[in-house]
Design a binder for this molecule. Structure first.
Ligand SMILES: Nc1nc2c(c(=O)[nH]1)N[C@H]1C(S)=C(S)[C@@H](COP(=O)(O)O)O[C@H]1N2
Ligand SMILES: [Mo]
Length: 498
């Protein structure tokens, strides 16, 4: 019988064949249908409600790569075991691989907008893995026998063939994945010419500091998408339906032909910790949400508008907020460019004053006018509040770490979107609260930079900031975690002055 080591190797190589073939077939069946993306996507959407911390973390780009690598490593462990079992009884190998094939196919079928063909990458991959496993185990037996019969390099021959098969599978799979990702809508995006706004943003006051506007490259990115949706503007449509008098469908060209406004708006993520950087300020170009909703005419009592993305993600915003005259936008442009693909190309929603998870739907496909009673959007059953107005917060950006004694500028940002910032105060150690200088305000929908000169004396110091909004409410000192509706508390930093 084949030894455990080589049986395990045969199992892992067979799994690599399955995944490599899966990625290759996904070139035809679509990026979302590959086994790793399908299973990973299913995991992202089914992180248990108790795993809130994990859920917060799963958003970020690098965490998604980690999730996929983790999935592959766990799979390799099972594959080694399947190889060992298959060396005893091959039927066990078929059963094990078959099980994984079915899991991959089932995960793919339950993804939003799944097509029956999405089972193919997992099932064909599993079929090829069974063949590969059988051949590798036979090869291990014959090379064992050859070695026993006195041919010195029998075992090495097995390792060579298994190794090259594995390498080939990884290369094919990697190439397949690269191909499906490259074949996106970057070119279609380059061809978009945005209309000029009929109503331009207020000019930036000249006393803003660098960083007031966040560049597209530096803008934080949060979403549940393992693979960024590639939405062709030629086929893009927004369907407005549900509790409306008039159901409407609008195309990208029709949208671009509507009067547009351009506004600086600061958006923020509800999972931003106090002092965190999941917040950014950009110049957004778009059509007022109100103009479109007024065409559809929401029925009385329809208090929630659910935005649904092409990938099935949903968020719900209060109808009243969208229609109260604030600059809620169906946005097509970000800082003078078509939306970057990661930030929702071709069309997304931006609502001043609401956290992203209840408003900022990227890759939008639908608005369903409904009620908060009738529908819970994506994050609500996962333990987050259905309503998510942005809380008044402030952050110290400098100094951090150590500085020399003498004049030190303490500076940062404060935000209370759609209420506006009225005052920022800084405390050094246990000293009195000192009012900081507020720099240019563009509107109540953007963050405000602030600064304060400080005569720093040698030693360790703690700096604390708090903001007051234009309703006269000072940011609470009570510390709350991000879940369920946004972190609170005062941001403090320690500095050492030499
Ligand atoms: N389709 C889709 N849109 C989404 C999300 C998502 O997971 N899927 N996440 C939302 C969240 S939680 C935030 S904070 C903002 C972030 O927008 P950004 O990535 O452009 O900064 O997008 C929102 N829009
Ligand atoms: Mo978010």
């Amino acid at each position: 019988m084949v030894g455990r080591g080589r049986a395990a190797i045969a199992g892992v190589v067979a799994a690599a064949v399955a995944l490599g073939a899966g990625e290759l077939i996904a070139i035809i069946t679509g990026a979302q249908s590959g086994p790793v993306v399908a299973v990973g996507g299913w995991i992202v959407d089914h992180v248990p409600e108790g795993g809130k911390e994990l859920a917060i973390r799963l958003f970020g780009t690098y965490d998604k790569i980690a999730l996929q690598i983790g999935t592959v490593i766990i799979l390799a462990g099972f594959a080694a075991l399947i190889g060992i079992l298959a060396a005893r009884r091959f039927a066990l190998g078929i059963a094990g691989i078959g099980l994984f094939g079915v899991v991959g196919a089932a995960a793919a079928l339950t993804r939003p907008h799944a097509d029956p063909a999405w089972v193919l990458p997992s099932l064909i991959g599993a079929g090829l893995a069974v063949v590969a496993l059988k051949r590798l185990l036979l090869l291990a037996e014959t090379t064992d026998a050859a070695q026993a019969a006195g041919q010195p390099d029998g075992r090495r021959r097995f390792l060579r063939i298994a190794g090259w098969t594995g390498v080939a599978a990884v290369v094919v799979g990697g190439a397949g994945r690269m191909f499906t990702q490259r074949r996106g809508v970057a070119e279609a995006r380059d061809q978009v010419t945005l209309p000029a706004p009929t109503n331009s943003p207020l000019p930036l006051p000249d006393n803003t500091l660098p960083g007031y506007v966040t560049s597209n490259d530096d803008f934080y990115r949060i979403d549940t998408a393992l693979i960024v949706p590639q939405v062709d503007p030629k086929t893009w449509k927004l369907r407005i339906h549900g509790m409306v008098e008039q159901e409407i469908t609008i195309t990208y060209d029709e949208l671009l032909a509507m009067p547009m406004i351009e506004r600086y708006i600061t958006i923020a993520c509800v999972s931003n910790e106090v002092g965190g950087d999941l917040i950014g300020n950009a110049r957004w170009l778009g059509v007022p949400v109100k103009d479109l909703l007024e065409r559809a005419k929401p029925l009385p009592g329809a208090d929630q508008v659910v935005s649904r993305s092409v990938d099935g993600w949903t968020c719900g915003s209060p109808t009243a907020t969208l229609m109260d005259g604030r600059d809620a936008l169906l946005a097509v442009g970000m800082n003078g460019e078509p939306l970057p693909i990661d930030h929702g190309f071709p069309v997304r929603v931006i609502v001043p004053g609401l956290y992203g998870y209840v408003s900022a739907c990227k890759w939008i496909a639908e608005w369903e006018v409904t009620t908060f009673n009738a529908f819970d959007a994506y994050w609500v059953p996962r333990g987050w509040s259905a309503q998510g107005p942005i809380k008044t917060e402030s952050r110290i950006d400098t100094p951090r770490g150590s500085k020399s004694a003498g004049e030190v500028v303490i500076a940062g940002v404060a935000w209370a979107q759609h209420r506006g910032i009225d005052k920022v105060e800084v405390q050094v150690d246990e000293g009195p609260w000192q009012v900081a200088e507020l720099l240019g305000a563009v509107s109540e929908d953007t963050w405000r930079q602030w600064r304060l000169k400080w005569q720093a004396t040698p030693g360790e110091h703690r700096l604390t900031v708090r903001a007051t909004d234009r309703d006269g409410v000072t940011q609470t000192q009570d510390e709350a975690p991000p879940a369920p509706d946004g972190a609170t508390g005062w941001h403090s930093v320690r500095v050492s002055i030499k």
